[in-house]
Design a protein around this ligand. Sequence first.
Ligand code: ATP
Ligand code: MG
Length: 555
Amino acid sequence: MNSQNSKKKSTNFIRNIINEDLANGKHSRVITRFPPEPNGYLHIGHAKSICLNFGTAIDYKGSCNLRFDDTNPSKEDIEYVNSIKKDIQWLGFNWDGEVKFSSSYFDIFYKYAEELISKGLSYVCFLSSNQTREYRGTLKEPGKNSPYRDTNIEENLTLFRKMKAGGFKEGECVLRAKIDMSSSFMCMRDPTLYRIRFETHHQTNDNWCIYPMYDFAHCLGDAIEGVTHSLCTLEFQDNRRIYDWLLEHLDEFNKTDRPHQYEFSRLNLEYATTSKRKLKLLVDNNHVTSWNDPRMPTISGLRRRGYTPASIRNFTERVGVSKVNSFTDVSILESSIRDDLNTTAPRSMAVINPIKLVIKNYPEGKIESIKAPVHPQNEEMGTREIFFSREIYIDKEDFTEVQPNNKYKRLAINKEVRLRNAYVVKATRCDSDKDGNIKTVYCTYDPDTLGKNPADGRKVKGVIHFVESSKAISSEFRIYDRLFLESNPAKSDDLSSSINPNSLEIKNGFIEPSLLNAKAEKAYQFEREGYFCRDSESEGLVFNKTVGLRDTWNQ
Ligand code: ATP
Ligand code: MG
């Protein structure tokens, strides 16, 4: 994390709060936590929360816990637990001590629930869910007290123990906090603390049939772990009242250094969704192949696409931390990876829409080996071997029979271009198939132009890339577009209506031989084409386009 530490971080309102808390002695050390629910893979929005929680802990020499908020066994899975751990570490962060689970506190939580009941602050309620809704009232009208609100303490304890022992059916009753049915905060109108679920839990198996609600488990988990600053997204703003109420009413936690919750704005990315539920729908309905499909805004999807941890960290830094919800332009994410790869990615050549170029005055059977720089601005990255012969592949887009205007800097009949890292060539004629598609272009080369300008001083403006044909390796290229046509696809609940049907285009072309052993997920710059990395889930040579060389969306 040194690279991150050395950069000056922009300040934010959370850091201001922490500075104050440390200055006035409320806390002597900062402890944060990242609390994912293991009900899906992490996405770019989580990356913001991860960078904020772990990053803040690093900056203040404190610690950050990873705590799985695993209180809903019906939606959770160990596959998600494992992917979340992997993604956090890949982003470059480490949690303090062992991985924590809310479920490992179920015994302690239960004890605190009994404490609340014993204080007359919690009761078992048998209203049906419809009745509960009716009793809750509306934003304009106060709610009504449940008829079970005044059950005596002894009876409540007996009922709650019976709930725990499996003596009631799912949905038959819940444990509620006795707060205020006329509160202007709906969430304070006697919120549910525990519900019955006869489900096997990925950590606690069948030990429990009552499960705590998020609002109960979260503040207690924070307090048990000594978390000082509990950072979450704005939708929990109202719930902060329950957070405070619960800790203030439990003897052990009612003290000045108890944890406090602070809310920041969610990251929303344009043309994407950052809801695990919706991302899961995309997978389940086969709109994408998997959670790590390179089109997904998941951390694993971005990794497979060639994004680097540093680019994602820098992106979250650019987005910043505020209290205003907004949509972030995808181009900010794309420019973060472009900036990183521009300096770090090795250069190479690949021809995505190949046509043959035959160099008529080049000796037949000769193959020339040329040393090309791995990075033209960074000699230290060394050289790679490329080849040149009488027959090479160039991109169809780089040739036109008739030069349209003087701005055209590629190959045309009777025009010259330089082949990157090699010679200057001049096209003479071309062959087309019966449908008029150009198949082969013929040219001559100037043997005296390898690594130097033409001796007679004539100017050759264009440069195109190529791959020598006998050494070329067939490869598949997967070119991605945005997954959605709408900038805010979550506007409608039916995501499928805004899915971009052309978000994946598959092309078959050639790569230079130095790419044969390209490592998966490590991006290269394919000169003039963009950044690409080898796909981690494919057997053969398949390259995913990470991002183009320029922002073509905002032009
Ligand atoms: P989702 O709606 O995708 O399921 P969630 O909030 O339920 O999101 P959690 O697993 O509970 O997902 O999230 C773990 C942490 O990440 C929480 O503290 C949450 O506030 C934060 N988080 C989730 N989504 C975003 C986002 N888009 N931007 C910033 N932080 C987020
Ligand atoms: Mg959540």
